[in-house]
Design a protein around this ligand. Structure first.
Ligand code: NDP
Length: 242
C-alpha cells in the first residue's frame, strides 16, 4: 500500500475518495483550499482505518505552493504512489454574459491546478518508477453543458492532459486515467436551482444523482492492482446520463 494525495479532500467527492483509499490501506494526504476543520474531520475518519492521514492546506492553482507542499510531503511521508486531482470549482454563467474573471478562475483551478500537481508529482513518480494518477473530470468535458463554458473547457482539457500524461509516463510504469462523473450530490450541485436539478434527473437512466462514494469506488478501482493495465482512459460514472 502506498501514499495517496487527494486534492480537494475536505468535502464531497474528495472526502469520499480519501476515506475509500484509507479503507483500502493507503496513507492519505488530504489537501484543501481553506476548510481545514472539515479536512481534519475527514482525516480522523481515515485514521480509523489504521493508516496515516495528514491535512495540508494549499492552493492547487499556485505552482510554487504545489512544489512546496510536495517537497514537505516527500520529506514527511515519502514519495506518493497515488495522486487524485480532484480539487475543482464552478463559476457558472451563459457564455455571452460570462466575465473574464469567471473564465480564468475555473481554468486556473480546474485545469492549471491539475497540471501543477500532475507535472511535479509525475516527476517524483517517474524517479520511483511507479504511480497511479487519477484526474476527476466531468461529463461536461465530454458532452458540454449550457452555463459551463469555462468548466467544460477545463474538464475537456483535463481529459486531453490525461491522455498525453499516460503516454509520457507509461514507460515508467505509471498509469494516468480520468473519471468523468455526472451529477453527484455535493455542495457543488446543492446550489443549483431546483428546476435545473429536476431537469437533470430526467436525463439520468438511474433516475437519481450519484453519491460521492460511487465516484470513490471507481477511483479505488483505478488505483488498485485490478487496473494495472488500464491507462489513458476516461471512465464515465453518470448513472447513464450521456
Ligand atoms: P465540492 O465543492 O464539494 O468540493 C471542492 C473541493 O475542492 C473542496 O475540498 C475545496 O476545498 C477544494 N478546492 C477548491 N479549490 C481549490 C484550490 N484552489 N486548491 C485546493 N483545493 C481546492 O466539489 P465536489 O466534491 O462536488 O467536486 C469534486 C471534483 O469533482 C471537482 O473537480 C468537480 O469539478 C468534479 N465533479 C463534480 C461533480 C458533481 O456533480 N458534484 C460532477 C462532475 C465532476 P475547500 O473545502 O477548502 O474549499
Amino acid at each position: 500500500m502506498g501514499l495517496a494525495i487527494v486534492t480537494g479532500g475536505s468535502r464531497g467527492i474528495g472526502a469520499a475518495i480519501s476515506e475509500k483509499l484509507a479503507a483500502e490501506g493507503h496513507d492519505v494526504v488530504i489537501n484543501c483550499a481553506s476548510s481545514v476543520e472539515k479536512a481534519e474531520a475527514v482525516a480522523e475518519k481515515c485514521r480509523a482505518h489504521g493508516v496515516k492521514a495528514v491535512v495540508k492546506q494549499w492552493d492547487v492553482s499556485d505552482y510554487n505552493a504545489c512544489a512546496k507542499a510536495l517537497a514537505e510531503i516527500k520529506e514527511e511521508l515519502g514519495v506518493p504512489y497515488i495522486l487524485v486531482n480532484n480539487a475543482g470549482i464552478t463559476r457558472d454563467g451563459l457564455m455571452v454574459r460570462m466575465k473574464e474573471d469567471q473564465f480564468d478562475a475555473v481554468i486556473q483551478t480546474n485545469l492549471k491546478g491539475a497540471f501543477n500537481m500532475l507535472s511535479q508529482c509525475g516527476a517524483m513518480m517517474m524517479r520511483a518508477k511507479k504511480g497511479r494518477i487519477i484526474n476527476i473530470a466531468s461529463v461536461a468535458g465530454i458532452a458540454g453543458n449550457p452555463g459551463q463554458i469555462n468548466y467544460s473547457a477545463a474538464k475537456a482539457g483535463l481529459i486531453g492532459m490525461t491522455k498525453t500524461a499516460s503516454k509520457e509516463l507509461g514507460a515508467r510504469g505509471i498509469t494516468v486515467n480520468a473519471v468523468a462523473p455526472g451529477f453527484i450530490d455535493t455542495d457543488m450541485t446543492q446550489v443549483l436551482p431546483d428546476a435545473v436539478k429536476e431537469g437533470a434527473v430526467k436525463q439520468i437512466s438511474l433516475g437519481r444523482f450519484g453519491k460521492p462514494e460511487e465516484i470513490a469506488g471507481v477511483v479505488a478501482f483505478l488505483a488498485s492492482d485490478a487496473a494495472s493495465y488500464v491507462t489513458g482512459q476516461t471512465i464515465v460514472a453518470d448513472g447513464g446520463m450521456i
